[in-house]
Design a protein around this ligand. Structure first.
Ligand SMILES: Nc1ncnc2c1ncn2[C@@H]1O[C@H](COP(=O)(O)OP(=O)(O)O)[C@@H](O)[C@H]1O
Ligand SMILES: [Mg+2]
Length: 387
């Protein structure tokens, strides 16, 4: 089977598969489903690194909310009709705060400096929202996990960013920031003692709004951070290199609605521009092709137009109220019509979609949300279906 499923092929060949794309399209679910298929069918030690799993999905994977611990999903959880898994599945969730603390500890020369940085009131704030810290730390954590060499495959979920490209740029932006003139300028006054004079009006305003401590905190923060700039820049560059390495590929996930598709297409073109590997494009939650069939729409129209007549004949046969049946038939005809129109539009958008030469895999919308291993396996089977 692995010969002709583009997704299984990727999972078998690469060490890192990054699920990315617009928000709400199924990145987290697809990453988990793909990892489960890899563990089930391909073997080895497979890790799914999730960012924002729904509570019930996290429970199903055995992920604890706090901490960066990796947990193994018990093999019993994904025994299927095809048999027991040949590999092992592990899951972890990204803990942004914990990952930042680890990073600081690693890059500071001594525990006292690390403690001073973490005790700074700005640190909490900054790790929460500064310079796409979430995006950066996701990549950083991936790098860390990959370099342990413990995993044959890591499938990575990506954070819900406003701009799907933010996380891609995060490492280089981080490197730029820590080698920037702005930063040198920020910390220079603290060393030269000129700060108070040069920025008096600003200080007064800042003091009034933010309290006297504020600027002192800022300066102290950047000064204590200074010891780790070099390591930081080097590391951010290494993360960027890993993303571009041939062992890494991107799985662009999208729904087949017009707007996410356009965003996904842009994303693909950006990956191509950056010489990053587009492994496949997954169109998730697509409506069944049969809905786009013109015969179905004609049938729905006919049913709607002659609902009264049909109900008159059928109501006595099934022993229901005729008027109620007219309403039911009318509603069925109307919503089928709506679905048919949407399906046709989606099929049109899909055919215009440029996947940059990557295989395009469609996964239907399932009836229920996916929040347990059974759901993940069902979705995974569709994901690896041969085209
Ligand atoms: N093929 C599908 N059929 C039905 N529901 C799906 C499908 N794919 C994802 N979902 C559901 O859609 C919601 C969003 O999925 P999620 O993976 O969290 O998206 P993202 O990570 O891109 O924001 C979840 O509730 C998930 O269970
Ligand atoms: Mg998600």
């Amino acid at each position: 089977m692995s010969g002709s499923s583009p997704i299984l092929e990727l999972l078998g060949q690469r060490e890192i598969v990054v699920a990315c794309g617009p928000g709400g399209v199924g990145k987290t679910t697809t990453a988990a489903a793909a990892a489960a298929q890899a563990a089930l069918r391909l073997g080895g030690r497979v890790l799914v690194l999730t960012v924002d799993p729904a509570r019930r999905l996290a429970d199903a994977l055995g992920i604890k909310e706090i901490g960066n611990e990796v947990t193994e999903v018990p093999a019993e959880a994904f025994v299927t009709a095809d048999g027991a898994p040949v590999g092992r599945l592990f899951a972890a969730m990204l803990d942004t705060k914990k990952s930042w603390d680890d990073l600081i500890e690693r890059h500071t020369p001594d525990p006292a400096t690390a403690a001073r940085i973490m005790a700074n009131p700005l640190y909490q704030n900054i790790t929460g929202r500064f310079i796409q810290s979430h995006d950066y730390i996701a990549m950083e954590r991936l790098y860390e996990l990959h370099s342990t060499g413990e995993w044959d495959l890591i499938v990575v979920d990506t954070p819900p960013t406003r701009n799907a490209l933010d996380f891609l740029d995060a490492p280089s932006r981080m490197a730029d920031f820590f080698s920037s003139r702005l930063l040198r300028w920020l910390i220079a006054p603290a060393r030269s003692g000129l700060f108070a004079v040069a920025s008096k009006p600003f200080t007064q305003v800042a003091d009034r709004i933010l309290g006297t401590e504020f600027l002192g905190d800022i300066t102290e923060f950047f000064v204590s951070l200074q010891s780790m700039y070099g390591g930081f820049v080097e590391r951010a560059n290494a993360v960027a290199r890993l993303m571009a390495d041939e062992r890494t590929t991107f799985l662009v996930v999208s729904s087949s609605e017009t707007v996410p598709l356009r965003e996904a297409e842009f994303f693909v073109s950006q990956l191509v521009d950056r010489n990053l590997s587009v492994g496949a494009v997954v169109l998730n939650k697509v409506l069944p092709d049969s809905l786009a069939d013109p015969g179905g729409l004609a049938a729905a129209r006919g049913l709607g137009e002659r609902a009264g007549e049909i109900a008159g004949e059928v109501a006595p046969v099934i022993g229901v109220d005729e008027e109620a049946l007219v309403r039911v038939l009318g509603t069925i005809a109307e919503s089928y019509g709506d679905f048919a129109v949407t399906a046709r539009r989606e099929a049109g958008a899909r055919s215009r979609f440029e996947a940059g030469g990557a295989p395009l895999v469609s996964v239907p919308r399932l009836d229920e949300d996916i929040h347990d291993m059974a759901g993940l396996l069902a979705l995974g089977n569709l994901l690896i279906a041969e085209p």
